[in-house]
Structure formats: structure tokens, C-alpha cells
Design a protein around this ligand. Structure first.
Ligand code: HEM
Length: 241
């Protein structure tokens, strides 16, 4: 039987938080030096203004990742709904919106080739759209809708981590094929790894999320949301996102 949210223990978020903090601790510091030479993305030939945009993207993206953990933490949501609302605004306005808008620009300029450029641009547009839709639903007190859209938003935020997992998988699988499949062309291999990791990194988690949202049972307790649905029957009828 599923445990009502109010009974969920505070530490359930710990494994995710550890992964997210480790990711941010690894990813963010080189960009806080504001030294282009320390960028993990080659910025030498990039258009003017690319590097400051990349730094801003990484900072806002880190805010989105850290606040995403707080937003999906059932214990915090049910015990401290005011904190959920405040950190939710930070997630949207100091995280996803600026990181996504900048991701759209630097995504189209990616030095890693056309396949990852397409993935970045589509991902940025979907990320911004589902987040704005979820925020609007909260403002209109459509809490069931809000939950579903924000679950999608957080999955896309976390997809930066699954992206890196796929990159490791493809490096292991494709580097030995440099002389065969790629005819010794290293740039082609790097672009293939970036493109595969980019698309698989977000499309697969989003598909699994859609399946999960469609098959899971409705919450057993109205305490699941910071603001309870007004009338359960109405919420269910008008809440399919
Ligand atoms: C979900 C939408 C996102 C999009 C469309 C996006 C797009 C991009 C793009 C285009 C780049 C430059 C590299 C390239 O050309 O491929 C980049 C780099 C980077 N992004 Fe994002 N990003 C997203 C989310 C995030 C999030 C949530 C974080 C969290 C910290 C993040 C952290 C980084 C980091 C650290 C880099 C620099 C590369 C590195 O040092 O590994 N991004 N992103």
C-alpha cells in the first residue's frame, strides 16, 4: 500500500540530494572563476558573449537543480507549504526561466554539432513551456495540474544528470570505434556522443514520466498538496494535463 505523503520521512530526499550536490560541486566551480580557459565547453571560436552566457546558464541551472530537490520533497511540501511556495518562485524565476532562455541561445550555438543543437533547442523550449504551464496552474489553484506539469519540469531539470550518464556510456562504447565506425575522425565521434547523450538524456526520462503519470493511482490523501484540491471530484475531472 502507498504511504500517504504526510507520513513520508524527511530523509527520503537524501539520495537524490547527494547526487545533485555532487553534480553541482563538480560542474559549477570552474565557471565561478570566470576564466574561459577553465570552461569544459570549448569557447575559443565561439561567438562574442558566448562565455558569459554559458557562465550565467550554469549558475541559474545549478539554482534550478538544487531548488528542484526542495520542491519535490514531500515532507517539506506538506509541513512547510510557505517554504514550498517561496522556493518554487526561486526555482521558476532564478532557475528554469533564465537557465532555459540562455540554454536556447547557447544551445543553438553549440560547438558540438547540429544533432545536439537540435536537442538543446527543443529541450529548452519544452522545459520553459512545461514550467510556465505548471506555474500558471499553481497561480490558478489547479493543484493537480500544477503537480503533473511540475513533475515534468523537474524531470527535465534532472535530465542534465542523465545526459552526463549517457555521455559516459557512449564514450565507453564509441571511443574504441574511432578508427572503424568514425574513420579516425575525432570531431565526428565527439559530435555523435554529444548528440546521442543529449537526445536520450531527456526524451527517455520524459517518456517514462508520461507513462508513470498515466498509470499511477490518484493520491489517497488530500494532504499531498500544499493547497488541497477544492473538491476531489472536480479536481479529478478538470486536472488531466
Ligand atoms: C534542461 C535544459 C538545458 C539546456 C537546453 C541546456 C543547454 C546547455 C548548452 C547548450 C550548453 C553548452 C554545451 C553545448 O553546447 O552542448 C550547456 C552547458 C552546461 N550546462 Fe546546460 N542546459 C540545460 C540545463 C542545465 C541544468 C539544469 C544545469 C544544472 C547545473 C546545466 C548545467 C550545465 C553545465 C555545467 C554546462 C557546461 C558544460 C560542463 O561543464 O559540463 N544545464 N547547457
Amino acid at each position: 500500500m502507498r504511504m500517504p505523503y504526510a507520513q513520508v520521512r524527511p530523509w527520503t530526499i537524501a539520495p537524490l540530494l547527494v547526487v545533485v550536490i555532487a553534480f553541482v560541486a563538480f560542474s559549477l566551480p570552474p565557471y565561478l572563476t570566470f576564466d574561459p580557459a577553465r570552461s569544459r565547453v570549448p569557447v575559443g571560436d565561439a561567438v562574442r558573449g558566448y562565455y558569459p552566457l554559458l557562465v550565467a546558464h550554469v549558475i541559474f541551472g545549478s539554482i534550478a537543480l538544487l531548488t528542484a530537490c526542495l520542491q519535490i520533497w514531500p515532507w517539506l511540501r506538506t509541513r512547510f507549504p510557505d517554504v514550498h511556495r517561496r522556493t518554487g518562485r526561486i526555482y521558476v524565476f532564478a532557475g528554469v526561466l533564465p537557465a532555459g532562455a540562455i540554454g536556447l541561445i547557447i544551445g543553438a550555438l553549440s560547438p558540438f554539432g547540429p544533432v545536439i543543437r537540435a536537442s538543446n533547442v527543443v529541450l529548452a523550449v519544452v522545459w520553459l513551456t512545461v514550467t510556465i504551464t505548471g506555474y500558471r496552474a499553481a497561480r490558478q489553484y489547479r493543484i493537480a495540474d500544477h503537480r503533473r506539469w511540475m513533475i515534468r519540469s523537474v524531470v527535465l531539470t534532472l535530465s542534465i544528470i542523465t545526459n552526463r550518464v549517457w555521455a559516459v556510456v557512449w564514450v565507453i562504447a564509441l571511443v574504441p570505434q574511432l578508427q572503424t565506425t568514425f574513420g579516425g575522425n575525432e570531431a565526428l565521434m565527439v559530435q555523435s556522443i554529444a548528440g546521442l547523450s543529449g537526445w536520450l538524456g531527456w526524451v527517455l526520462p520524459l517518456l517514462v514520466t508520461e507513462w508513470w503519470l498515466d498509470t499511477r493511482r490518484a493520491p489517497e490523501s488530500p494532504g499531498a498538496s500544499p493547497v488541497p484540491d477544492r473538491v476531489p471530484g472536480q479536481a479529478a475531472a478538470g486536472s488531466r494535463a
